[in-house]
Design a binder for this molecule. Structure first.
Ligand code: CA
Ligand code: CA
Ligand code: CA
Length: 414
C-alpha cells in the first residue's frame, strides 16, 4: 500500500533525512587538525599548518573530541615549569577520539631535559579516548606516560620511550616508562620500544617499562607488538595491586623482551591476584632464569601462558599454580638479527631466516600488523600458508633471502 504523507509529515520526513545525511558531515567538519612546530608560536599562532602553535601543551588545552594534533619534528620541553611536558585535561568520546601524533616517527621529541622534568604525557581526570602516536619520549626524571586519574580508553602506539628515571637514588617510588594507576581501564600499549628505563646498578627493582598498579577495579590492558630492553632496576612489565585487589583481563602478546635484570628473575612479574590473564606469542630472550616471575599462586585464576619462546629452561619460574600452559618453547634461541648491539637505537630485534618464531601461530585476532607496520600474518617459511610469527616482528621474506622449508628444532613443553 502506498504511503500518503500530509504536507506537515512530509516536511518532517525530509528534514529528518536531510539531518541524517548531513550529520556525519557535520561531525567531520567539527573534527579539526591542529599543528605544533618548533617554528610556531603559542601567542600569535592559531594551530593551523601555516600558523602553528609551538608546544603540544597549547594544543592539548584547545582540542575537542575528534581532533588530531600533528606535532612536527623538533624537541619539546616543559615550558611552564610544572614538571609536565604535555598535561592532557580534555578528552574525546567513544566515536571521536583525540589523537596526538608525531608527524614523522620519533621526529617529535618529548624531552625531560636531562631528567629535570618529571613527566612526559600526563592524563588528568576526564582525559579519555586519547591516542598518543609516534613520539620519542625521553630523559624524564620520573615517568614517560602517566595514566593515573581514572582514565580510560587510551591507545599508546608506535612511541619510543627511553632514558627514563635514571637518577641513582634509594627512594622506593618507581620510575617507569608507562604507569597505569588506580581505576584506569581499556589501555592498549601497541608497537612501542621501551629501553633504558629506571635506575642503573642500585638493585632497587622499583622501576619498570610498564607498571600496572594501584587499585585494580576492572583493568582491560592489552600490551602487544612492543619491544622491551631491560635494565637492572625492575621488570619490563610489572603487575602489582597496591590494595591487594584483583586485576582482570590483561593480555601480553606478540612482544619481544631482551636482556636480563641481573638480580631478579623474569621479564614479566606477576605479583598480584589476577583473573583472566593471557600471555602468548612472546619472545623472552635472555631473561634471568625464566621469562615470567610468578611471586605467588594466591588469587590467580584463568591464567593462560602459551606459544612463548625463551632461551631459558623455563618459561615461568614456578608452574605449580594450575595455570594453563601449551606450546611454550624453551631452551631455544629465537635467532634475532642483532639484539645485543650495545647501542639500543641500532639493535635489531627482527627475526633471521632460521628463527623458530616464524609461522608458529596459526590464528590470532590480536594483531594484523607488526612493530614495523608490516601486515600479519605472512608466509615466512615458504609453505604457502600464512601464519603469525612469535614476538614483535613478522618475518618478511626479501629477494635476498630464501626461507628454509620444514626446518624446526624446538623443545616444546606442553
Ligand atoms: Ca608544563
Ligand atoms: Ca609469518
Ligand atoms: Ca607459512
Amino acid at each position: 500500500m502506498a504511503k500518503y504523507y500530509t504536507l506537515k509529515t512530509l516536511k518532517n520526513v525530509l528534514l529528518t533525512n536531510v539531518f541524517l545525511f548531513l550529520f556525519p558531515m557535520i561531525s567531520i567538519l567539527n573534527a579539526a587538525s591542529y599543528y605544533v612546530s618548533p617554528f610556531g608560536n603559542d601567542s600569535t599562532g592559531n594551530g593551523s599548518e601555516s600558523n602553528p602553535w609551538s608546544t603540544p601543551q597549547k594544543a592539548a588545552d584547545n582540542v575537542t573530541a575528534g581532533d588530531t594534533v600533528i606535532v612536527k619534528p623538533g624537541t619539546y620541553y616543559d615550558t611552564n615549569g610544572d614538571g609536565k611536558i604535555v598535561e592532557i585535561s580534555r578528552g574525546g568520546t567513544l566515536d571521536k577520539w583525540i589523537t596526538f601524533k608525531s608527524d614523522t616517527k620519533s621526529g617529535a621529541i618529548i624531552d625531560g631535559k636531562d631528567r629535570t622534568t618529571m613527566f612526559g604525557f600526563l592524563f588528568l581526570k576526564g582525559a579519555n579516548f586519547i591516542r598518543i602516536e609516534g613520539f620519542n619520549i625521553k630523559d624524564l626524571k620520573d615517568t614517560g606516560i602517566v595514566v593515573n586519574n581514572e582514565n580510560h580508553d587510551i591507545y599508546v602506539y608506535n612511541n619510543v620511550i627511553h632514558h627514563i628515571g635514571q637518577l641513582q637514588t634509594d627512594i622506593k617510588g618507581g620510575q617507569n616508562g608507562l604507569y597505569s594507576g588506580s581505576n584506569t581501564y581499556n589501555i592498549t600499549i601497541d608497537s612501542n620500544y621501551f629501553y633504558e628505563i629506571g635506575r642503573n646498578g642500585t638493585s632497587t627493582n622499583h622501576d619498570h617499562g610498564i607498571y600496572i598498579s594501584g587499585n585494580p577495579a576492572a583493568r582491560l590492558v592489552i600490551i602487544k607488538n612492543n619491544i622491551f630492553r631491560n635494565r637492572d632496576s625492575g621488570w619490563p612489565i610489572h603487575i602489582y595491586s597496591a590494595t591487594g585487589g584483583k586485576f582482570s583481563q590483561i593480555t601480553i602478546a606478540f612482544n619481544t623482551f631482551y636482556e636480563e635484570n641481573s638480580t631478579r628473575i623474569g621479564q614479566v612479574l606477576l605479583a598480584t591476584p589476577i583473573d583472566n590473564l593471557l600471555i602468548e606469542n612472546n619472545i623472552f630472550f635472555k631473561p634471568k632464569g625464566a621469562g615470567i616471575r610468578n611471586s605467588t599462586c594466591s588469587g590467580k585464576t584463568n591464567i593462560t601462558i602459551r606459544n612463548n619462546i625463551t632461551d631459558m629452561a623455563k618459561i615461568i619460574d614456578s608452574e605449580s599454580c594450575n595455570f594453563k600452559y601449551s606450546n611454550n618453547i624453551t631452551n631455544t634461541n629465537p635467532l634475532l638479527v642483532s639484539p645485543n648491539n650495545p647501542n639500543p637505537e641500532e639493535a635489531d630485534y627482527s627475526l633471521t631466516v632460521n628463527s623458530p618464531a616464524i609461522d608458529m601461530v596459526a590464528a590470532s585476532d590480536l594483531v594484523f600488523y607488526d612493530y614495523e607496520k608490516n601486515s600479519r600474518p605472512s608466509d615466512g617459511n615458504g609453505d604457502n600458508i600464512k601464519a603469525f610469527d612469535i614476538g614483535a616482528y613478522e618475518y618478511i621474506e626479501t629477494s635476498n633471502t630464501t626461507a628454509p622449508k620444514n626446518f624446526r628444532v624446538n623443545n616444546i613443553n606442553h
